[in-house]
Design a binder for this molecule. Sequence first.
Ligand code: PEP
Ligand code: MN
Length: 355
Amino acid sequence: MALNLTPLNLTDHDDKRPVVIAGPCSAETEEQVMNTATQLSKKGIKLFRAGIWKPRTKPGGFEGVGEEGLPWLNRVQKELGMKVCTEVATHAHVEACLKAGVDLLWIGARTVANPFAMQEIADTLKGVDIPVLVKNPVNPDLELWIGGLERINQAGITRLGVIHRGFSTYEKKLYRNLPMWHIPIELRRRCPGLPIFGDPSHIGGKRELIAPLAQQAMDLGFEGLIVESHCNPDAAWSDASQQVTPDVLDFILDKLVIRKITETTESLNALRGQIDEIDNSLIELLAKRMRISREIGEYKRQHDMTVVQTSRYTEILDKRGAQGVLCGMSSDFIKDVFESIHEESVRQQIDVMNK
Ligand code: PEP
Ligand code: MN
């Protein structure tokens, strides 16, 4: 089903920067909200985010200040002229935001994974004209994402966009949430005209990853970014490790290269995105292989065995070489790759045996 879309019309902005929504993960105190928003506003940010209700994995964490924080957002609107947005997950959240005049709503990844919750939000939004951004669901399910968008769209919301925040995995590696770039790329193909915001903060989970992930989003032609920024990131009550000060955010935004996306570069970038993802998987697999090598090293140490057992090594090289040829690669290339892998495996085993 095609979505019925109209432009988000959030702010007017120059082409040098994408549309940027910035602000803390959570609104904590009135002072923290005003301090952060004032600094962001001085850097030219016009759209302020702050979570009022926070979905936490376990009970007992900071679950947001709740409705008490809405008047703080009103101060940001009135005193700084910024538009404000927050996350809604229930009927009551939407009602409270509409009453408070929040300018823009986003729906969080955990909520988008739940069709009942999405329908409840959609029903509450019937007949209301407000822009809504739908995050990807926590699980990599494009249909569920599109289904959520359709529910909100069928309620009459046409100022619709999405946020790409990555997908959760059991094993936490480089990224907090895997980007799986092919999913938003496929969403773009299925729903042309739907603005996409990159969320480098939640994908990376670390400050250092914000700049490269934001650049990647720009290279894929995403329209905007939503970035967590806090006046004192280390003291943040949630997501401290992935927030940056407004100063650092401004520096990151200044360094972004915004390219003119033509059809050809767009598909080239899509392909490069796939290569990046495959390389990440290769590195993860290699790391897994090395962990097993270390376990083998431990076994050999306990049983007084030597590290290198030549027959096993020759068998690996021959078998992998033949497999490589079957998959269209030269056996020399595969042997080179496996020689290097074997060398590192041996190094890891020796490391364990010398402990
Ligand atoms: C957030 O934006 O602070 C948030 C909770 O995000 P997500 O739903 O992507 O986890
Ligand atoms: Mn957060």
